[in-house]
Design a protein around this ligand. Structure first.
Ligand code: ADP
Length: 551
């Protein structure tokens, strides 16, 4: 029987970031925004920020920014960056946060690809910008964000001064009507597995994603929290946390350029009574070591969101031992980035908790997930055994890239191909096995480089380990471990010791062909293991060579 369609009688309210701006103005006036700067702590409130956001929108208009124009930022996590987070999208333009850890040629590519029109730059980052001058013709105006006295470096184009420009504008701005499908912000993928590609968020996707982040069973940020995002504001919009903080009214504490310094993070967290931290595993590996050495603790912190790469068991346990509870999350730039969160379901047996917290968790409400067979494309069961590519769809999942790159990322039936390989348990816990490009293909079977890494990192003498597959004459590829000994064990750990350690932890045929010791695992611009670099510099497997010679 056909059901007659009847329209609901609710308002067509456009979902936009202007709503978040409205909330910080009306409800969260007194909430603090704190930034660590070179000269000390900078303290402001949303109440003081809102007139500045209005002035900033006036500046943007004054320098000719039109709806849809891309406005780039090259900035640390700080209060001015947050002002840009509001002013740019709310006046109709597109906030393009540049990854300040990229090589100049990547930045040049990205700025040209996005055709950024204006660039806001922190004074301390001018040296990064210098090699790009003359190569980024779309940028018509540079705005310098100085601490202390503004002074552009030699050989740089003329720059407007942020504070002088703001002072000349009005405290109120006639915000335009925004349609929810308009672009609000843009982020490039960090290029771990290929060229960076521009992901373009809409007001609607950002709004719904913000509500998702706030949901209790997701990241669960609340008004009572004091948030310290170590994750950079250029890394998938700091995982959506700045807008979530504005929507909820949480206090925000920015580390400025001190995000890689564990001591600074700990001091800042103690002084500002931080309750909520977010960052990639490498950050917490450093922080946990510092806490252990110094004896300092962070008793007020209730959640440490950790994503971007899998959380090694050793890290989760060390953090537990210093009283910090990691909340493991999975996502990618293309998923805004929240995809799944490892909250353990009510009624779970205590002995299963750690294992489940180490999975990538269950898919976020609003997002649908499936795993598919890489060759047939068939959907695979959620039996905790079968593994295939994760595909997702939902209101904050990308449907394409800026300039139309990679049109095949979307399946014919509209799901986004993530390039991550996973199995899913009957209860819905996702276990990422690898990236399609990192999984090791040995004798027609797959070895998960991630699982092997975690097993090696559980060795007490090892602090970090990355595993790659190298060509092998007989098996196609075989795993090779690159391990970093803890400083006190440098030169005192052997290949045999690691192999012995792994014997009862992984299948026999997963045992690495070689263990190579290095001082540091090369990292990408967002702190992930850079396996491209390891592969490019790797010498062939010894056994593989012999096999080849025998052929
Ligand atoms: P890039 O793809 O350029 O590295 P992203 O920061 O968007 O940039 O990275 C997304 C990828 O990071 C995911 O596709 C996945 O492979 C990996 N990733 C993110 N979070 C996790 C996690 N919790 N566990 C394992 N892998 C993760």
């Amino acid at each position: 029987m056909e059901v007659a369609a009847v329209e609901g009688l609710m308002q067509d309210y456009e979902l936009s970031l202007q709503h978040v701006l409205w909330r910080i103005e009306r409800l969260h006036q007194k909430k603090e925004v704190v930034t660590k700067r070179d000269e000390g702590i900078h303290r402001t409130t949303y109440g003081e920020m809102v007139p500045r956001i209005n002035r900033l929108a006036g500046v943007l208009k004054q320098i000719g920014v039109k709806p849809g124009d891309r406005v780039a930022t090259l900035a640390w996590n700080n209060n001015r960056h947050l002002e840009l987070y509001y002013a740019v999208p709310c006046m109709g333009a597109v906030l393009h946060t540049l990854n300040l850890r990229l090589f100049p040629q990547h930045l040049e590519f990205i700025i040209n690809d996005a055709e950024d029109k204006v660039l806001f730059v922190d004074q301390s980052l001018l040296p990064l910008l210098k090699p790009l001058i003359g190569k980024i013709p779309s940028i018509k105006t540079y705005v310098l964000m100085a601490e202390g006295n503004p002074a552009a470096a030699d050989g740089m184009p003329a720059m407007l001064d942020y504070e002088t420009m703001l002072a000349a504008e009005s405290e109120s701005y006639p915000w335009p009507k925004i349609s929810e499908r308009m672009a609000a912000a843009m982020c490039y993928t960090s290029g771990t597995t290929g060229n960076p590609k521009g992901v373009v968020y809409s007001h609607r996707s950002q709004f719904i994603h913000t509500m998702g982040v706030l949901q209790g069973d997701n990241l669960g940020l609340t008004e009572a929290d004091s948030l310290l995002p170590v994750v950079p504001m250029f890394h998938a919009n700091s995982w959506g946390l700045p807008y979530a903080a504005g929507m909820a009214g949480a206090k925000v504490v920015f580390p400025g350029r001190f995000s890689a310094d564990a001591k600074s993070i700990v001091e800042l967290a103690q002084e500002e009574e931080v309750t909520f931290l977010a960052g990639v595993p490498t950050v917490w590996i450093g922080l946990a070591s510092y806490l252990k050495e110094s004896g300092q603790r962070l008793p007020k912190v209730r959640t440490v969101v950790c994503g971007g790469s899998a959380v090694p068991r050793s890290l989760m346990e060390t953090m537990d031992s210093v009283g910090l509870r990691i909340l493991h999350a999975w996502g990618m730039t293309e998923t805004s980035p929240l995809g799944s969160v490892a909250r353990v379901a009510a009624g779970t047996r205590e002995e299963d908790e750690l294992r489940l917290r180490l999975t990538q968790g269950r898919v976020a409400p609003g997002v649908e997930i499936r795993i598919t067979d890489p060759t047939s494309g068939e959907e695979l069961p959620w039996d905790g055994v079968a593994f295939g590519e994760i595909q997702v769809r939902g209101p904050w999942i990308a449907r394409g890239y800026h300039n139309g790159y990679d049109p095949d990322k979307l399946t014919e039936d509209g799901w986004f191909r993530t390039g991550d390989v996973a199995k899913i348990s009957p209860e819905g816990y996702i276990q990422i096995v690898d990236r399609t490009k990192d999984v090791i293909k040995s004798g027609g079977e797959w070895i998960s480089s991630v699982e092997l890494e975690n097993a090696v990192m559980a060795h007490p003498k090892i602090i970090e380990a990355a595993v790659i597959g190298l060509p092998h004459a007989k098996w196609d590829e075989r795993p090779v471990v690159y391990a970093v000994p803890r400083p006190e064990f440098k030169g005192q750990v052997t290949e045999e010791e690691i192999k012995d350690f792994l014997k009862d932890k992984v299948a026999r045929w997963w045992l690495p062909d070689e263990v190579r010791f290095i001082d540091e695992v090369p990292k990408t611009s967002v702190g992930k293991f850079d396996k491209k670099v390891l592969r490019a510099n790797a010498t062939p497997i010894k056994e593989g060579m012999k096999q080849e010679a025998r052929k």
